[in-house]
Design a protein around this ligand. Sequence first.
Ligand code: NIG
Ligand code: FE
Length: 421
Amino acid sequence: MLIIHNISSLVTVRASSLPRFGQEMDNVEIIEDGYIVIENGKFIEIGSGDDYLKYKDAKLVSGKGKTVTPGLIDCHTHLVHAGSRENEFKLKLEGVDYLEILKQGGGILSTVEKTRLASFEELYNKAKKSLDIMLSYGTTTVEAKSGYGLDVETEVKQMEVANRLNIDHPVNVISTFMGAHALPNEYKDRREEYIQLMKELITKVKYEDLAKFVDVFCEEGVFSIAESREILEYAKTVGLDIKIHADEIHDLGGAKLASELGCISAEHLLASNKENLIELAKSKVIAVMLPLTSFNLNKDFFKARFFIENNGALAIATDYNPGSSPSENIQLAMQVASIKAKLTPKEVITAVTINAASALGINEEVGSIEEGKVANFVIFDSPNLEYIFYHFGINHVESAYINGKLAYINKTSEGVHNETL
Ligand code: NIG
Ligand code: FE
């Protein structure tokens, strides 16, 4: 048994396993001088004061001066890929458009070239390094999209790396198939054939259990509304849940498509018009804001305030990838989202816990600190939740626990609780 006691600020986000919509996002329970009791990898009691003293023989860790939250959930990343694209940095500063770089065979397609050439081990080692970084920032669950193979062999390799890391690494990894991330050069004049290939691959993904979700990059010059619809409808018929990269740069009506098809989540949405966002909020699709992508591409930010005011459920993620968002730092995403979209720290913590869990269909198991749920949580070296946002750009994590076990401890905190990994 493990007890974290006298926690200055225990942010439970409990009271429901459902996603939180609208005003509910700001209604977050914070217990002062709280404690949590963990046994067999689950939370068995949440309380305050000295009541925890009734438990004998427990390992005790002091939470004095600390903030404890549920483990953070990064529900949108492109974790598994090869190489990097710092060569695009200069082009970006010169104002060359993201889609223009892709059109010239760079961008996503240059990462595809490198990923096809990389071995399983190379992809595994690079992704593992990123998972270590994510964990150090408090992320305990990560979604990982394929989409840098664009052929059967490499797409499968990417998903297998994600699934292997889910077993080997303490962080939970949930795999998404995103073969429709770009049209590979060899299919340039055969779009329809590529869509057929996607359908074949989706069937394989389902029957070989390679991924839980299917995602499509619906964007001008990438996949149209009609093509996205065809792929996602097919995924639904084989029984996979669907996601969509929608209206990232142009307002093609991706948000509307997400409502119509009943996607579990819709991502980016920077360019979506207000009417479609209202529709999206009504249809209960979770909107995933990716603030680091907006920051890094120097674009607008998702109208998250508007979406919440229309009773929408918001999640926030890093979009970690080698092009539009080469950062694993979920705390930075939280801070930028708060400042740029005027979201309260409580709304943001909801967005990276229970709502992110809902975007991944795991909200019954994780996403809040409550009795019976899996004991994934983070101890921040911060006296309250607001301080984490206020003192920005640094890492506040002291330690992170997954399944009730210490998974990460900040070097400077080693020994503070007599803990080692
Ligand atoms: O979510 N927009 C499409 N996919 C990624 C970027 C991928 C890349 O640039 O390599 C995104 O922004
Ligand atoms: Fe993305």
